[in-house]
Design a protein around this ligand. Structure first.
Ligand code: HEM
Ligand code: NAG
Ligand code: NAG
Ligand code: NAG
Ligand code: NAG
Ligand code: NAG
Ligand code: NAG
Ligand code: NAG
Length: 357
């Protein structure tokens, strides 16, 4: 009770300050805050070397999503997997990476959509035609995720660019260690993401990525078999058992039952109604540390959007390679042959010098 009152007082004080400040300086109170930009990245990185970069990607993805809106979810998840395992270096795209479609024995709960990989490589080819080989696969992945959010109804935002592509991919063990399982509870998720400097608000906001897309039965069958998770809404669970009659079916279902293809805050409304699909989602509403954040996003979509953008900017800059590190791949699924890699670096440097002149 006491904390509620003091919380209200703080909020009220904040409002007063806002009103006062807005007289002289407009926009002071808008959530303009961005996390610090990683060294080597910038919001104008390709302005001279590939001015049409963002419009080419936006236009292509608009076409693709019109045809199959599910691809937006696939691209958003691809960026998440890239960044969480060894940093946003495009390593997830390399043939042989543990979550890639080429990895035959990848755990099904890691499997990313094969089409997402094709879309990224197709964008790379178009960009090379327009600008030469200057844009990294990791930047393309980051921009595709950004556009996936916006084109599904989410917030529009700028992201810093200049990531370089890594030369190696993570081992299967490293991959599994960095991507928490959907059966995880909030404690596990909070601890896991804290190692990446993501706090409770970031965790809840990023989990809101599950406002679009689908999951396979085996990602949540532990909540249905042998008995239904008592936290789960009874009717919701009964319907899930119709879609997943056994714990071995390959069926899928939507992550957000209220608006499965729209990037909005309904995922948090699902959680408040005990209709979250994964334990890692639902436990955010059970755990005292995150419950209030879930509620605040469920009642205020613009608050969710602000916090989501902030957390995505953090996630999108995890352990990035910049400057002369890594390379610009000529094919997103394979690292360049050594000679080519050298050439790319030289060409890259020349481009940078020209920009500076
Ligand atoms: C916090 C820990 C997270 C866990 C445990 C988790 C787990 C999962 C699982 C198990 C799936 C379904 C895979 C399948 O069965 O096919 C999934 C799908 C998805 N995840 Fe997450 N995820 C997490 C965080 C994130 C983040 C941070 C994002 C992006 C911001 C994200 C975006 C997505 C999307 C868009 C899908 C749907 C993919 C599709 O339809 O192809 N997830 N996630
Ligand atoms: C990977 O992890 C498994 C199980 O945790 C372990 O048995 C195996 O030795 C690990 N492999 C490597 C190469 O570290
Ligand atoms: C994926 O599922 C397998 C078993 O189905 C489990 O051993 C593994 O821990 C899960 N991993 C992740 C990251 O979800
Ligand atoms: C969360 O999961 C971890 C690992 O499975 C377990 O040790 C811990 O007791 C769980 N915490 C809660 C509060 O359920
Ligand atoms: C897949 O789900 C549908 C309902 O969504 C259900 O009718 C069907 O029996 C399921 N198929 C299998 C193989 O489980
Ligand atoms: C699937 O369910 C059966 C019967 O309930 C059980 O014996 C088996 O261990 C389960 N398998 C998995 C992967 O959960
Ligand atoms: C919702 O959140 C925004 C911040 O994004 C804030 O400016 C606004 O006052 C909030 N609305 C309500 C009704 O609390
Ligand atoms: C890119 O590499 C993959 C895997 O080695 C190969 O199958 C594909 O044909 C290559 N694409 C191009 C355009 O060279």
């Amino acid at each position: 009770m006491a904390s509620t009152i003091s919380g209200r007082r703080t909020f009220f004080t904040f409002l007063l300050i806002c009103t006062f400040l807005s007289v002289s300086t407009i926009k002071v109170c808008e959530a303009q805050t961005k996390p610090p930009t990683a060294k080597g990245l910038s919001y104008t990185f390709y302005d001279k070397s590939c001015p049409k970069l963002e419009s080419i990607i936006r236009k292509e993805l608009k076409k693709i999503f019109k045809n199959d809106v599910g691809q937006a979810a696939g691209l958003l998840r691809l960026h998440f997997h890239d960044c969480f395992v060894q940093g946003c270096d495009g390593s997830v795209l390399l043939d042989g990476s543990a979550s890639g479609p080429s990895e035959k024995d990848a755990p099904p709960n890691l499997t990313l959509r094969a089409e997402a990989f094709k879309i990224i490589e197709d964008l790379r080819r178009r960009l090379e035609k327009s600008c030469g080989r200057v844009v990294s696969c990791s930047d393309i992945t980051a921009l595709a995720a950004r556009d996936a959010v916006f084109l599904s109804g989410g917030p529009e935002y700028e992201i810093p660019l200049g990531r370089r592509d890594g030369l190696t991919f993570a081992t299967r063990n490293e991959t599994l260690a960095n991507l928490p399982a959907p059966s995880s509870n909030a404690t596990t998720i909070l601890n896991s993401l804290a190692t990446k400097n993501l706090d409770a608000t970031d965790v809840v906001a990023l989990s809101g990525g599950h406002t679009i897309g689908i999951g396979h039965c085996n990602s949540f069958s532990d909540r249905l078999f042998p008995t239904q998770d008592p936290v789960m809404d009874k009717t919701f669970g009964r319907n899930l058992r119709l879609t997943c009659p056994t714990n071995t079916t390959t069926n899928t279902t939507v992550l957000d039952i209220r608006s499965p293809n729209t990037f909005d805050n309904k995922y948090y409304v699902d959680l408040m109604n005990r209709q979250g699909l994964f334990n890692s989602d639902q436990d955010l509403y059970t755990d005292k540390r995150t419950r209030g954040i879930v509620t605040s996003f469920a009642v205020n979509q613009s608050l969710f959007f602000d916090k989501f953008v902030f957390a995505m900017l953090k996630m999108g800059q995890l352990s990035v390679l910049t400057g002369k590190q890594g390379e610009i791949r000529a094919n997103c699924s394979v690292r360049n042959a050594d000679s080519k890699s050298f050439l790319t670096t030289v060409v890259g440097d020349m481009v940078e010098q020209i920009i500076q002149m």
